[in-house]
Ligand binder design. Structure first.
Ligand SMILES: [Zn+2]
Length: 281
């Protein structure tokens, strides 16, 4: 009797050991791999800050060559015609990435920004784009070359909207259109007509809701685009995962209002205080 229970105990113990061992293995291997992968990526990506101006042209050529190589990957991996962010938790998003934005074309012939990117305390959520006032029927153009990923209708949110994935890795979202003029899978050029401006979905007046995303992460469009001058601040946008939600204020006249464009702050009080200050100026 006793012998059997000892044998039973040993069997259970062995089984438990094997299970724990397996669990530990399946946990440790990918974590370690991911760590190595991240380190590798970090060491590969050059930072714009270290570049001299005369190297910029060569630098853009290198990025263009890499974009051509990445072409197949970009338009097959994490690709669907439904979700604005199809990347989910499986995507390995680098901390830094130099993105060639030199071929930018302004999507709409208006620079009247009516709502900024950032946290909206009134609604308790992020506004992941920037709103540009327009007239219904105004032309909406693709900001860069790319392939249309989504063209559909979302009555409670974006209304008629288009998402284009670009060769540079960015995605742009165009919301509240009166209609779209492209279909998923269609290749578009920078400046090509993709829809007409409107007031569909959750919208309180004709405007374009414009988002700029990298691997699903919403970037403050002001960090990339100089809306006042219908161009980009620089030819290469240095994506930084930690700061991409904030505007990078290259133009001196923005610097005073930095707080105004800052995204969600940890303390609600602090945010209110800076807003009040900004209003006083
Ligand atoms: Zn909006």
């Amino acid at each position: 009797m006793q012998k059997i229970s000892i044998r039973k105990f040993l069997l259970i113990a062995a089984a438990a050991y094997a299970y724990v061992g397996l669990a530990a293995q399946t946990y440790h291997v990918p974590a370690n791999h991911e760590y190595q992968h991240r380190n590798l990526l970090a060491s590969q990506t050059p930072l714009m800050e270290h570049m001299k101006l005369e190297n910029t042209q060569k630098f853009i050529q290198d990025i263009e060559a890499r974009e051509a190589l990445d072409d197949n990957d970009i338009f097959s991996a994490f690709w669907d015609n439904q979700s604005v962010n199809p990347y989910g938790s499986k995507a390995l998003i680098p901390d830094h990435k130099d993105i060639n934005v030199s071929s930018y074309v302004a999507p709409v012939s208006s620079n009247n920004i009516t709502s900024e990117f950032g946290y909206r305390p009134r609604f308790g959520r992020m506004h992941k784009g920037i709103d540009i006032k327009l007239n219904i029927g105004d032309s909406i153009k693709s900001a860069f070359d790319g392939v249309v990923r989504i063209a559909r209708y979302n009555p409670g949110g974006y209304g008629y909207y288009v998402v284009v994935r670009h060769y540079n890795g960015l995605e742009t979202v165009y919301g509240h259109l009166s209609k779209y003029l492209v279909h998923p899978g269609q290749r578009v050029k920078a400046g090509q007509l993709i829809g007409k401006g409107g007031n569909t979905g959750r919208s309180t007046g004709p405007h374009l809701h414009l988002e700029t995303r990298y691997m699903g992460i919403a970037i403050n469009p002001r960090a990339i685009i100089d809306f006042e001058n219908y161009t980009t601040h620089r030819d290469v946008f240095a994506f930084d995962r930690k700061t991409c939600e904030k505007a990078v204020n290259y133009a001196p006249r923005y610097s005073k209002h930095k707080a105004k464009y800052a995204s969600k702050s940890k303390s609600g009080k602090k945010k209110k205080a800076t807003r009040r200050k900004a209003r006083r100026r």
